[in-house]
Design a protein around this ligand. Structure first.
Ligand SMILES: [Zn+2]
Length: 89
C-alpha cells in the first residue's frame, strides 16, 4: 500500500475539482472507465479507495451510470451544457 502524503491528498482534491470527465449525452459525472488496476497499489482517502493503473487501457470502454449505456465522455470544459465551462476563443 502506498503511503499517503499531504501533497498527494492535495493533488487528489485538485483532480476531483478540475479534471472531471462527464457523459457527452447527459453531462453526468457518474461515468466509469473499464481498465486494469494493480490490486496491491492503492490508497484510501476519506473513505474512497484509489488504485494505480496497471499498464495501458485496452479498449477505452466507458459506461454512463445515469444513461445506463456505453458513453463517449468529454472533459467538463468541453461539455456544451455546462454553465461553469470557460470558453476561450
Ligand atoms: Zn449519460
Amino acid at each position: 500500500m502506498l503511503k499517503l502524503t499531504k501533497q498527494m491528498k492535495a493533488d487528489i482534491r485538485k483532480l476531483k475539482e478540475q479534471d472531471i470527465i462527464v457523459c457527452d449525452t447527459c453531462g453526468s459525472e457518474n461515468v466509469s472507465e473499464k481498465m486494469w488496476v494493480d490490486v496491491n497499489s492503492y490508497l484510501t482517502v476519506d473513505g474512497e479507495t484509489y488504485y494505480k493503473y496497471d499498464g495501458c487501457i485496452d479498449d477505452n470502454t466507458y459506461w454512463c451510470n445515469k444513461c445506463y449505456e456505453e458513453a463517449a465522455p468529454v472533459h467538463i470544459s468541453e461539455y456544451k451544457g455546462d454553465e461553469n465551462a470557460e470558453q476561450k476563443s
